[in-house]
Structure formats: structure tokens, C-alpha cells
Design a protein around this ligand. Sequence first.
Ligand code: GLA
Length: 732
Amino acid sequence: MAILINNKDKTYTLTTKNTMYQMKVDELNVLVHTYYGAKMEYMDLHYYSKCNSQPSFSPNPADSIGVCNQYTYGEASQELSCAGIGDFRLNAIGVRNSDGSFGVEPRFVGAEVIKGKYSIKGLPSFYGDEADTLVITLKDKVHDIYFHLYYGVFEEYDLITRSVTVENKTDKSIKLEKALTLTLDLPRGSYDMLNFHGRHMRERMVERTGIKHSQITIESMRGGSSHMQNPFVVVCDKDANEEYGSAWGIALVYSGNFKIAAEKDQWEKTRVVAGINPENFSYEILPNGTFECPEAAMVYSNEGFGNMSRCFHKAIRNNLCRGKYKNTQRPVLINNWEGTYFNFNADKLVSMAHEAKKLGVELFVMDDGWFGKRDDDHSGLGDWTPNEKKLQGTLKNLAERINAEGMKFGIWFEPECISEDSDLYRAHPDYAFKMPDRDPQVSRNQYVLDYSRKEVVDNIYNQLTTVLDSANISYVKWDFNRHISDLYSVALPPEKQGEVYHRYMLGLYDLLERITTKYPDILFESCSGGGGRFDCGMLYYMPQVWTSDNSDAIDRLKIQYGTSFAYPVSTMGAHVSVCPNHQNARVTPLKTRGNVAYFGTYGLELDVTKMTDEEKEEIKRQIVEFKKHYELIQHGEYYRLISPFASDESMYCVWETAKEDGSEALVCAVRYDTDACTPPFYVRVKGLLPNRFYRINGSEKTYLGAALMNLGLELEYDFFTYPSRLYHITLA
Ligand code: GLA
């Protein structure tokens, strides 16, 4: 049983295959966290987390006097930490009561177990009938303000999700000024935090920082989860690595402003909080109203980062991504962006499709520039009407021409933005975010639409459905190419402007839900200047994300490696493009570009009509090879073997995918630098059967699984720059 309620001890214990999470109602009726770590037999673990220190300038709750004199919220490991009541650490929930006072003291009311996984109104979340839900209800000691804590337990993947609903049952409005979903108090110890930072074209770089007696904050205030920080962190033992040590992965299922922060307190305990960024956030909850906090998903692993990632990968693939393409094989696509940019017409696209078809490509994607007045990025966003001059006919005609080449047809949209030079802006200038009396900032010459307003979302919904109904469209790339500044909604009064960021997300999620439900056969790919919104929120609606606008195979090693800490290979859009690379001018072998793109969705982004015959043959070979290994790559167990971030003397980045039963594996090794007199190099493979023999790329010689795992697989030496090899390991 995944959820155990022990009424005698007043404990609530969640167990998964390998982990355990426990809470307890303490002597003051406060819900405290006692443990999250490796699975063990049941025991009330409160002896470890109870308050027993000197108060140290932390106040005591009025009802603790004479009951438990040393009790202070400032030390208690509260499951829902709140501001204003003497807990001076990082905390999660801040409530402004109707009388203007700031603070609540949630106390336990009751708990129940529900079959299946809870869902959250208007927000993305993990789903699945195989999960169970625990709901714990707390109530403020004084006011009728309730906190419903939801826990989803996915036993198989060691995944525990959390969400909080705040319910106002008083007869006056209250204001939520902080709505972080998660508080996690970890035992005394020394921890590090891994975060995944970056910028446009350099997303999800791995950084490791010690958690000390100051706050570390990973956040976005950009209105999108952003390239700068990903809403995912790993808190881990100081000495944890890929295979060893405790690692707690925390992912937010949210695509907007977020904050994940950690600190070590004066009692040497570490606290982590995660949720909506409180800056410029406040939300009025009317009498009988509720506010739902976005979901946080956690995986604990006592076998390091690798196992943690594999749990997230499976959970994201099976219990977050939805729709037809969650498990069916996705078509190999070609996108015209780097091939033509804005400079195309229908004949050009059809000629590209014609050549691509011969190589085995299955889907042609027409990127930016097909609509309104859009020959560069200065105009047209908001006017989702096909430019029939450029398309040399209707969109339907073009789709038919592409289909006639034997290819599916896909299309690009940027539905959340608007150009000043557009009919939509001329008709509704108030649809764009803009502060009163202040000229708004432009970014890529465009503004962001006010999706907190239903009429704006409906306008875009109607435009998109008109296009999607007009032609045979099999794929949509959903882009978002600037972040939000000048936030102000003309539809809300001054005191509700703090709601706009979150209302924007609710509007976006509503639109995504409506569109993806109406078109179940369309494959959707999310994008935001590449990987600027690569998060669990978007993955609920779209099973893949364009990982980065940087398509250079060597830069991609770090980008895809960092991304893999949370997100599976099947979600990472990856294309082969031309050399010199358009983003950094690097020249790499075509084979290496293919090998790196295999560990993503694999596609092309170039003008195939300009390729040499030799290059075309190589692409043909790659598509066959990729399809041969499709299942293994997309659904195998993913191992990071050698990091491109470490200054490893091998100068190799190596990753592997293996069948869960150990019968087959594919290792990809890419050399990202070069030297002379290179010694032989071996990499220890994972996930094989120790006592079985294997062949490597069909070799005659066979190798014991244990030897490949303990001594290693020899990486062959190639005397040119940026070589790469695939090693297909099969049972002999
Ligand atoms: C963004 C995307 C690119 C491309 C352009 C089009 O930068 O990440 O892939 O679609 O927009 O303007």
C-alpha cells in the first residue's frame, strides 16, 4: 500500500518502490515533515525532527507554553511553512488576512486517501490511475482558511507529487501573497544543489553549488520558465555522483515565473521551497473561492543522479506527456527555418520536400513567415492568415502539394505574441501588455498578448482553429520568442495587477488544452527561442520541445546532457543542420551531427536541395539507422557515462541507452576536443547482464557483460576533429 495512515502515531507515510516520505501531526496539531529518503520498515520517525533546541530568538506559539516549551515554528519542520508566524526561514505560503494582518497558523483537520491521481483545475499535472492520492486538510488556527495538501504517489517510478489548494471560507476576501507549493526540510548534513542555467542557445548548463547558511535562489521573472534557469533542481549529498549518494530531484510542473530556493538554517537543517515566484504576485481569494498552486514533482534516489533521472524520464514519458504521440513513433521531420529563414515561396518548399522525401524524411515543417505581412521579424505576428502570394495559392493547396510528395505537412505559430505592425494590433492595441502612460519595451520587435483576458485567448483560438481546419496539418510548432515585461492588464483593477502573471499562465494553459484536445492527431512541439520553456508544464500539452536554437553538435552535447537530468530523450527536439554552423561557425562531421541528433527526436533543418550526393547518402543512412534504434533510444534506460562538463582527459562525452532487460544497448561517444599521442580509452557501460556475452557492432569477438561494465568498452580512435561513434551492443 503506497499510503499508510497510522492514527495512533498520527503519521502519514507515503511509500514507493524504493523511497519513503513521512509526515506527522505533532503535539501542537501542526503537520510536520519527518523523513524523505530510502524506503524502510514503518516507524514513527518524529524523534529526529522534533523541536529540541534553545529557542534562539525564535518565538513560541501561544499554545505551546506549558505544553512543549521549546517549540518554535522557526525550528519545526513544517510540511506547509507559512510566513508571519515566527518561522524566519524560507517559507512557502503568505496570506494577507482581510484585516490586513499577514500570517496564518495551519493546524491539522483531517486526511483521506483517494484512488487515482488528483488533478488541478486549469493547471498541468502528472496523471495516472495507478497512482494514489493523499489529501491532508489543514486550517488556520483562527480564521476559516483551509489548506488542502495533495500528494500523488507513483510507486513504480519513485515519484511523489505535491500541490496545495488554499480555500477561503471566511466571509471576506483574503490575499495570497506567496504561493509556493513545496517545503522540504532535509536532515542535518551537507548538501549541494545542481541547477540548470543558461541563455538563448546555451540552455541547461549544469552547475553545482554548496548549500550553506545563505539562500540560493533559482528563479525566473520572465513570464516563462526561461533559458536562464530551468524549473528543476537536484539537492544531493556533497559526494553524490551519477551512481552514488542521495539525490532529491524537484521539478515544477509550471511554465511561468518560478522560484526554487534553499538554505541551511541556524540549526543546520536544510530547507528547500519551490513554487510560483512571489515577486509581483498576489492573488485575491474571494469568500468561498480557492487558489490552486502548481504541482511540484519529486524523485528521491539513493543511487545518485542517474537513477533519479531515469525515474523522471519514465514518469514524464508515461504519466505527463499525453496524446497520440506519447508512445507512437514520431515522423522524421525537416524544418525549413535554417534552410531558408523568411526567404521562401511554395515552390521552394515543395522542392525541399521533394528532395527530403527521397532521403526518408516523413514530415515537412513550414516555419516562420507564411502568414500576414511577415518577410522579416518586424511585422505580422497576430495575423494568422496565410500569405497566399508567398504560398502561391491557399494553405490547403500547399499542404496538398506537400502531401502529394508523400510527406505530412506541419506549420509554425507564435500565438502569444503580436507585432505593432499587424491588423490585430491596429484593431486592438490594448491586447498587448503595456503599462499606462509608458512606452512598452520591444523584444524581437514584438509585444506579448494579454492572455489573462479571455477575449484575447478566444480571438487567437478562433484564428488558429480557422487555419488548422483549413488544411491537412499534422504538426504544429508553438513558439514564444520574447519574455514578458511591461506587465499590466487593462481588464483588472490596480489591486489585482499582481494576479496577471499567473492569470497569463492560466489563459495559456486553457488555450493549449482546447487546441490539443480539438486536434488529437496533430503532433505538437513546444519552443521558446529554442529551449526557453523546456519544463514539465509545457510537456503536459506537447510531447517534445525544440531543445535549443543552437544546432551545433558539439554545443548540443552540453545542452542535451544538462537537459537529460530531468527530461527524457523523447522530449528533446534535435536536428541536423549545415556547416559552418549558423550559430557558432563550427565545422563538424555530418556523422557526428547525426549521432548527436539521434539522442533527441532526430530531424533535419537545412536546405536539402543544396546538399551534395554524398551528404544525401549519409542522411539516408542516418534515417535508416535512427529508425532501426528508435525504440531503444526513445524508451530505453538512459545513462550519462562521461560528462562534457567535467574536464575529463578523454575529451569525450559519452551517453548510453539500454533496454531495461539488459539485452541490448547503444553507446554514443563524441570527442569534443583533440590532442596528440592519445592513449587508449575505455568507458564503463551500464545496464548489461553481467554473465552474458555481447557483440559490439556485430563483432565476431564477444565480450562478457561484466567486463564491459567493470573494465570498459574500448573507444576507437579516429584521427580527425569531432569524431563520434555509435556502439551497438547486442547479446551474442
Ligand atoms: C525561434 C525558434 C526558431 C524559429 C524562429 C522563427 O527563434 O526557436 O526555431 O522558429 O523562432 O522566427
